[in-house]
Design a protein around this ligand. Structure first.
Ligand SMILES: [Zn+2]
Length: 342
């Protein structure tokens, strides 16, 4: 039913996202391989043509001539490209008119009064597409799934470094994640203001320690054994801090060579004692690596004695795809589908 006010528009968008998630059994899929919602794969699965290309002044568009299709700009980070693609899919699934969407429209920038005027003018279709995109990419169950895997409790969601890592696993921007947490009542309005006041660059600087990258545009992931069995989708400017517990005294060390085999560049590898200065560990090992355009691989790390490589006491596997943001041409989802079919 066409919305005549903002809350109806939100309800319509949320319902359309819920329907699609049920039809695609998305929850089962993500429980099998925890990750962000692969919106580009979903669009490919729905046979809706999607073109990624440089767009002047627009983040994306939904067109219906000669036939329905989606355009997404190359000029933004992966999180914004994903949100834009979901917004345009919302237009398609809710039977909207074609829409050329700039940043104001997709990110709902403007005062409450400006938004109210725009919503009335376009018949709430932008509000519907926005609610669809948020509910599609950041459903409450997905936030709970990632928090459960990482052992983050509700009180942890006021900590910017935790919200940042959550946003990476949702494939959403930090800001969108904060706003969504507030909407679900998981943080307060005061928490939202405090979280949004933290410069993202500061979070990255802290994680990178002494290392100074050329730019701070990329993200910094903290990867641990808790990410076992999951898939992480990042960008080729990103860095990853791999944090692993090591039982040094018994001679067991994590073999991290599979990371360089997968195309990541090692920057530093530091061990520090945990639980005081007890001689012989355990140790916390912190490895900093940089993604490159070729870093796309299943990686399995094993904790072994170097002289007994067959007898691992611990292992974990992750699928790492750090080829984003989406460049022109085929989306990574389509590349994956084609590789799978080959
Ligand atoms: Zn739109």
């Amino acid at each position: 039913m066409a919305a005549t006010n903002y809350s109806d528009a939100v309800r319509n968008g949320v319902q359309a996202a819920g329907r699609l998630q049920r039809d695609l059994k998305l929850r089962d899929q993500i429980q099998a391989e925890p990750s962000a919602v692969d919106i580009f794969a979903i669009i490919a699965q729905l046979d809706l043509p999607l073109l990624v290309r440089p767009l002047k002044g627009l983040l994306g568009a939904y067109v219906d001539v000669p036939s329905p299709g989606i355009l997404v700009t190359t000029e933004r980070p992966l999180s914004i490209q994903r949100f834009t693609a979901a917004h345009e899919l919302g237009h398609r699934l809710m039977g909207h008119r074609p829409s050329l969407d700039d940043e104001e429209q997709i990110l709902r920038r403007g005062s409450l009064e400006e938004l109210r005027i725009r919503d009335r003018r376009d018949g709430y279709q932008e509000a519907e597409a926005d609610a669809f995109a948020s509910a599609m990419l950041m459903p409450k169950w997905l936030i709970q799934l990632h928090c459960g895997r990482q052992a983050w409790r509700i009180d942890d969601l006021v900590r910017p470094e935790i919200v940042y890592q959550l946003s990476l696993r949702l494939g959403a921007s930090y800001e969108a994640t904060v706003r969504t947490l507030e909407r679900y009542g998981m943080i307060s309005g005061a928490n939202r203001i405090a979280l949004l006041a933290v410069p993202r660059r500061k979070l990255k600087v802290t994680l990178l320690g002494d290392f100074r990258p050329e730019t701070y545009k990329g993200n910094v992931w903290v990867l641990t054994e808790r990410d076992d069995g999951g898939r992480l989708d990042g960008g080729s400017n990103d860095h990853i801090v791999v944090e692993l517990q090591e039982k040094g005294s018994a001679g067991f060390l994590w073999d991290v060579r599979p990371l360089s085999d997968a195309g990541f560049t090692a920057i530093s590898d530091i061990r520090s004692g945990v639980e005081g200065d007890a001689v012989g560990g355990p140790y916390l090992r912190r490895i900093l690596i940089a993604a490159t355009e070729t870093s796309t691989e299943n990686v399995t790390l094993r904790q072994i004695r170097p002289w007994q490589p067959e007898a691992a006491i611990d292992a974990f596997s992750v699928r790492l795809d750090f080829s984003g943001p989406e460049a022109g041409g085929l989306s990574r989802a389509e590349r994956r589908l084609r590789l799978g079919a080959a």
